[in-house]
Design a protein around this ligand. Structure first.
Ligand SMILES: Cc1cc2nc3c(=O)[nH]c(=O)nc-3n(C[C@H](O)[C@H](O)[C@H](O)COP(=O)(O)OP(=O)(O)OC[C@H]3O[C@@H](n4cnc5c(N)ncnc54)[C@H](O)[C@@H]3O)c2cc1C
Length: 602
């Protein structure tokens, strides 16, 4: 069986740490139980072993190309899209009446982890189609839904998310693609979009681009952006398809994710491109954020999963590679003794533990966000609102921590491979290249950090941060019941006190209206909060593991649970310790990055 993720760890996290049964109490999920979810996990692993993992290297070696006006992707994309449609894996969280299976987000995230670890170049085609269909389902008229959604959910048609333009990347207020109303209720679309993932290939009959554009005369900035469904081919009255004047002008050749098409689209060059308005005019960005929030959590999961696959490859290599000899207690080495496996060297063990701590901590965080998404959908009253606020706060961290720290995890894995890590014969270099995009698309780390500090930490007078403090203290109290975990619980409690100190130092800048100063170290704040949030996840994991060991209620081996506790201790010693330095930076009054009268970067 292909070894790129741990089904045991995934089930432990979903079923125990994140208490799937609690999520499944909602009426919406009455057709699911833990046993059926476990079966689903095993069957998706089987699918990923057969249809995803074997094509991982090949997709990199034979990347997407643009030839004679066509995008050529690996044929496996066509096969998997069709299978995803047949299995109900396109839009699984949708209502039954919209063609979905009302799958909990927690379960969907867990299943995504498996396929993304197997081959991170494929799932984007599935995820974007689901996300685009979701936007149409939520906001478009029945007529538009009927026109597009059924074919998207079978995988015959694909979907994309088309925001970026050459002059409008992070700053979507600068979008200029235009929409002019037609008499038949459609709009004439003109403009171009770049970097559009999964934007074209020969294995789907049509592509529905959920496109942001500006209706003539709309207000400037984000308040004048509308959302349109713009198909590559438009349906005719006779039931066929005709060209909709959306031209694929190229495919960007990239450092990584080379099997995942990144297209350049030109709309309306012949003045014959029609778009269907989704929802109300000028509300497009608000709607798009619904998709983007889900997509941000998905990117966090893709990064987690890519780094997870790299960890498993590193672990296997370290267990097979003999090199050097164990040092005796007096520091001497016996040159006549057999070489030892590199996993026996403390420095290699440190790198493996760092990888494990980052990837399993990230997985727990992304599943936490997915669980909050479920509660935000299915709960009622204050609990619903609180879950929504928790989700809002965790989303930028769930996108950024796995993307940034996953890269560091893979870097350590590559180091474990020594010189072979740098060579194309081994997979680490591909994981290293593939993960690099994840801190860039769906909002760069800089943009996520502005969101975390500038909006999420201050919204509703800091309510989300207070909820986090409450959740962390609950985990601290639970951990304190075990003597072995108490020192770590106490450490996290005192670290959370320090967050208040940091906020008290930063907020006065915002209150004085000096937002540039308030946000100048937002990315450092992200790193700081990200580490503490992962420490919280590790404390929860260790508490559940300890409970299993103490009660003897073991589903997996005792080593499995002991390794969770050991990795928690590693994370506190090697990673939580770093937050002191980050706090010092955040509290330091010296300002070196804000542009003054003279340019001092030359
Ligand atoms: C492989 C790939 C796939 C993609 N897929 C899609 C897709 O499917 N659909 C889609 O619409 N787009 C897609 N994108 C576009 C992607 O979302 C953008 O590249 C990204 O949002 C950044 O925009 P930009 O490249 O224009 O960089 P810029 O916005 O120019 O940013 C450059 C740098 O400046 C920083 N910066 C910018 N503004 C600020 C600010 N206000 N404060 C602080 N720092 C700032 C950024 O953090 C970054 O470090 C994709 C891109 C790539 C490379």
């Amino acid at each position: 069986m292909a070894n790129y993720m741990s089904v045991e760890t995934l089930k432990f996290l979903m079923n125990n740490v994140h208490d799937l049964n609690e999520v499944l109490k909602a009426k919406r999920y009455e057709d699911y139980d833990q046993e059926s979810v476990d079966i689903l996990v095993d069957s998706i692993k089987d699918w990923a072993d057969k249809e995803f993992y074997p094509y991982f290297t090949e997709m990199d070696e034979k990347p997407v190309v643009y030839q004679d006006g066509k995008i050529i992707v690996h044929p496996q994309i066509g096969k998997v899209m069709k299978q995803a449609g047949e299995q109900g894996f396109l839009g699984p969280t949708f209502d039954y009446e919209d063609g979905g299976t009302q799958m909990p987000h927690l379960v969907q995230a867990g299943l995504n982890h498996i396929i993304e670890a197997a081959n991170n170049n494929i799932p984007g085609y599935i995820g974007l189609t689901s996300g685009a269909a979701q936007l149409v389902v939520n906001f478009a008229t029945q007529e538009i839904k009927d026109m597009f959604v059924p074919k998207m959910l079978t995988g015959e048609w694909a979907g994309t998310m088309a925001l970026t333009e050459p002059q409008a990347g992070s700053s979507l207020s600068d979008i200029v693609t235009s929409a002019k109303p037609n008499e038949d209720g459609t709009y004439n679309i003109e403009g171009q979009k770049i970097f559009i993932s999964g934007g074209d290939h020969e294995y789907c009959d049509n592509f529905v681009h959920l496109t942001l554009a500006r209706i003539e005369g709309a207000p400037a900035g984000t308040k004048g952006i509308s959302l349109f469904a713009v198909p590559k081919h438009r349906p005719t009255e006779g039931g066929g398809l005709e060209s909709n004047d959306v031209i694929t002008a190229g495919d960007f050749q990239k450092l990584g994710q080379r099997g995942y098409a990144t297209t350049h689209l030109v709309y309306g060059e012949n003045n014959n491109c029609k778009g269907w308005l989704v929802g109300a005019p000028n509300k497009g960005l608000k709607y798009m954020f619904l998709m983007m929030n889900g997509a941000r959590i998905d990117v966090g999961m893709t990064a987690t999963s890519t780094a997870t696959a790299a960890y498993h490859a590193s672990l296997q290599y370290a267990n097979e590679r003999p090199q050097g000899r164990k040092m005796s207690s007096d520091g001497s080495k016996d040159a006549s003794a057999e070489q030892t496996l590199i996993i026996n060297h403390p420095d290699v063990r440190r790198m493996l533990l760092l990888q494990k701590a980052i990837v399993e901590g990230s997985l727990s965080l992304v599943l936490e966000a997915a669980k909050q998404s479920d509660f935000a959908h299915t709960a009622e009253g204050d609990f619903k609102e609180d879950s929504h606020d928790r989700l809002e706060f965790l989303t930028p961290i769930a996108k950024t921590y796995p993307s940034e720290m996953g890269r560091i995890a893979i870097n350590n894995g590559l180091q474990i491979f020594g010189g072979y890590g740098f060579c194309m014969d081994f997979p680490l270099q591909q994981y290293y290249r593939d993960i690099r995009i994840m801190s860039l698309y769906e909002g760069t780390t800089g943009i996520q950090s502005l969101d975390l500090l500038g909006r999420k930490s201050t919204m509703k007078n800091g309510k989300a941060l207070q909820l986090l403090g409450k959740d962390v203290m609950e985990a601290v109290e639970a951990a304190k019941t075990y003597d072995e975990l108490k020192p770590y619980a106490d450490k996290l409690a005192s670290k959370m006190q320090e967050v208040q100190e940091v906020m008290m130092a930063l907020l006065p800048h915002a209150m004085k209206g000096d937002f540039q100063r308030f946000l100048s170290d937002a990315t450092i704040f992200m790193e700081y909060m990200g580490t503490l949030v992962i420490a919280w996840q590790w404390l929860k994991m260790a508490t559940h593991a300890k409970e299993a060991l103490v009660t003897g209620n073991l589903i997996y081996s005792s080593e499995f649970y002991e390794s969770k506790i050991h990795t928690m201790k590693f994370f506190f010693k090697y990673e939580v310790a770093r937050t002191s330095g980050l706090k010092d930076i955040l509290l330091d009054p010296e300002v070196l990055t804000i542009l003054k009268e003279k340019e001092l970067i030359s």
